[in-house]
Design a protein around this ligand. Structure first.
Ligand SMILES: Nc1nc2c(ncn2[C@@H]2O[C@H](COP(=O)(O)OP(=O)(O)OP(=O)(O)O)[C@@H](O)[C@H]2O)c(=O)[nH]1
Ligand SMILES: Nc1nc2c(ncn2[C@@H]2O[C@H](COP(=O)(O)OP(=O)(O)OP(=O)(O)O)[C@@H](O)[C@H]2O)c(=O)[nH]1
Ligand SMILES: [Mg+2]
Ligand SMILES: [Mg+2]
Lengths: 295, 282
């Protein structure tokens, strides 16, 4: 995986007898291939490679610093850039009601992730309410209801209602009306959609305006390739994407596409999905992730 | 203008970049460039000056990868099967969320339009809402669904469905399986068991056209486990460039038979290699 190929690249850099133009070019070829195989956006691969080349061959470098370690440090910085920088701000606070809205492409893992988030915050003591506004997919509410029942979380849905906005309004009313039963956190699931489905993208915008979430989370499939960036951008331009969750990283995918899309959309990655069960959610820390990648 | 070796190399480099940007896996993109170069060997310098020579060399390379000579028509195959007393069984497989269940609904709709009777097996007995999702599709399509309960043995549900089809003289059986990651050895064993117990006539791999290099890994592992007979790529309506078709065809050496272009029952089109190559490299 990306970790292994970057690890072997780091070793190669450290074993270089000297850091000249040819060895740098060889290193950059290998780096580009590793990033491309991991689905990092093609333009980004070329940009990273050019940046490293420029900085590594810069004559003004303090000759006291070991050139090899300097290259490794540049590589580390460029990768952090791809991931979009520091950790996600905590927008979910106890004490007042928070609302999270999940959006993303068909099949990316939204409904499953709603269950995981409900489980995560329930363990932290939040009272949770989940709303299903997916009016398209047959059995969408059954899927969400079964998952929520397995962790005893309240859920709301209207399987025969065709208007997602109506369901959102009624769902919010349902979870805000009862005093002592007041939910600290409401999580809203939506139907899958992609950037070419203009009406659905508009519906998503309207949903966000009605729900007024503290955080809109974009769920991205870890297997996404070169289209990741364009799709993430479309979502980020239509709603206020506050953070990103990348799913299916327990599989064979290296996640480079999703990771670079996250970075490009400007939203930090908050969690990653590492399996189908409700516990298979991990918090994401860019520097820790890169640190692990670079050994 | 005349094509020289120098600008041919530039064109091949651009070709590789175009393929990569269109989600063709790295190894497959390199292979296509390699085959194109081989196709150009021995070309007269004079012939080289025709722009079509290079275009054709590229198209030939892509057709080679797509196994166009193995293309077949599923409807004809079922209608012309040698033993009409035995239902034609199809096992559908792939990683999580690629569109297997929805594609099965589309295939049922297609079969009905072509007077092929069909029964479906609910062999995803794991995921929340899987049986309800399939059940609602089959109600809408007026088609019998054979199901047991959650956590039932997927191979046994498929077995029941084939048994039922045999008894009722139904032409075909489609087996829905749960999404699975190729890194999960247990789930690969489960898939092998479904195949071993039921011996389906066709195993179809469903790949998400939005996936990048991973689709090559998926197809390879599944192919090694159960031998893929044909593939379908989905979500081409999402502005995906479809390079996944090349990656899958390359590793399985089997044809892409349909493409999914939306969530409706009619959103399933036969895969046309010529149309596809034109879209891929203009
Ligand atoms: N292995 C693995 N599977 C996952 C993960 N997250 C989701 N899945 C699976 O991916 C498939 C799709 O998940 P869903 O939650 O239905 O996706 P969705 O985005 O809600 O799909 P739509 O509502 O149709 O757009 C299911 O089989 C899930 O079990 C993950 O982190 N790892
Ligand atoms: N836009 C678009 N969406 C599709 C297409 N095919 C399937 N989908 C959607 O993708 C999502 C996932 O489809 P499913 O049929 O549940 O996928 P699956 O492979 O059975 O998922 P699991 O069983 O959970 O692994 C649903 O929202 C489908 O409507 C397609 O060709 N285009
Ligand atoms: Mg869903
Ligand atoms: Mg399914």
């Amino acid at each position: 995986n990306l970790g292994k190929s970057l690890d072997s690249l780091i070793r190669k850099i450290r074993r270089l007898p000297e850091v000249d133009k040819d060895s740098i070019n060889a290193i950059l070829q290998e780096l580009q291939r590793a990033l491309l195989l991991a689905d990092v956006n093609v333009e980004m691969c070329l940009a990273v490679s050019n940046n490293i080349k420029k900085r590594a061959t810069d004559e003004k470098i303090n000759l006291k610093i070991d050139r090899r370690e300097f290259i490794i440090k540049i590589l580390h910085d460029e990768l952090i850039n791809i991931l979009g920088g520091e950790d996600a701000p905590k927008r979910i606070k106890t004490g007042k009601q928070s609302i999270i809205l999940l959006v993303g492409i068909q099949g990316s893992g939204k409904t499953t992730t709603v269950g995981k988030l409900a489980n995560f915050y329930k363990k932290k003591g939040f009272k949770i309410g989940v709303i299903c506004t997916d009016t398209w997919r047959p059995g969408a509410y059954d899927q969400l209801a079964q998952t929520c029942d397995s962790i005893s979380v309240n859920h709301f849905g209207m399987p025969d209602e065709k208007n997602a906005l109506k369901i959102a309004k009624k769902g919010l009313k349902h979870f805000t009306k009862t005093g002592k039963d007041q939910k600290d956190l409401i999580i809203v699931d939506t139907a899958g959609r992609h950037k070419k489905e203009t009406e659905l993208m508009q519906e998503m915008k309207k949903l966000e305006n009605i729900i007024k979430p503290n955080e809109t989370i974009l769920v991205i499939d870890g297997t996404l390739g070169q289209q990741a960036y364009a799709q993430a951008l479309a979502f980020a331009q239509t709603t206020h994407v506050g953070s990103i969750i990348i799913t299916k990283l327990d599989g064979s995918a290296k996640g480079g596409g999703a990771l670079s899309a996250a970075g490009a959309s400007g939203a930090p990655i908050k969690f990653i999905g590492v399996g189908e069960r409700v516990d298979d959610l991990e918090e994401f820390h860019a520097s820790k992730f890169i640190g692990t990648l670079l050994g | 203008t005349t094509l020289t070796e120098k600008n041919t190399n530039k064109i091949l480099k651009d070709l590789e970049l175009t393929l990569l940007k269109n989600d063709v896996a790295v190894h497959v993109a390199e292979k296509i460039v390699e085959i194109t170069q081989k196709n150009l060997e021995g070309t007269q310098v004079g012939a080289f000056s025709k722009k079509n020579t290079l275009q054709n060399a590229i198209k030939e390379a892509i057709f080679e990868i797509l196994n166009v000579e193995n293309q077949f028509n599923l409807i004809e195959t079922i209608k012309n099967r040698p033993n009409k007393n035995k239902p034609y069984s199809i096992m559908v497989l792939g990683v999580n969320g690629t569109g297997k269940t929805t594609t099965i609904a589309k295939i049922v709709h297609l079969f009905k339009k072509n007077n092929i009777s069909v029964v479906v097996a609910a062999s995803d007995t794991f995921r929340a809402g899987a049986i309800e999702q399939l059940s609602k599709h089959m109600d809408a399509l007026n088609t019998r669904l054979i199901k047991q309960s959650y956590n039932a043995d997927p191979a046994s549900v498929a077995y029941d469905a084939i048994d039922h089809a045999f008894a009722k003289k139904i032409n075909s059986v489609i087996i829905d399986t749960s999404g699975r990651q190729v890194t999960n050895k247990n789930l690969l064993e489960e898939l092998k068991k479904i195949k071993r117990v039921n011996q389906p006539d066709l195993s179809i791999f469903i790949g998400d056209s939005l996936a990048g290099n991973d689709v090559l890994v998926q197809a390879e592992v599944f192919n090694n486990a159960i031998q893929i007979d044909a593939s379908i790529i989905t979500k081409l309506d999402a502005d995906s460039k479809g390079g996944a078709a090349l990656s899958i065809a390359y590793i399985t050496k089997k044809p892409i038979i349909y493409i999914g272009v939306g969530q409706g029952y009619d959103d399933l089109l036969p895969f046309d290699p010529k149309w596809f190559v034109d879209i891929l490299i203009g």
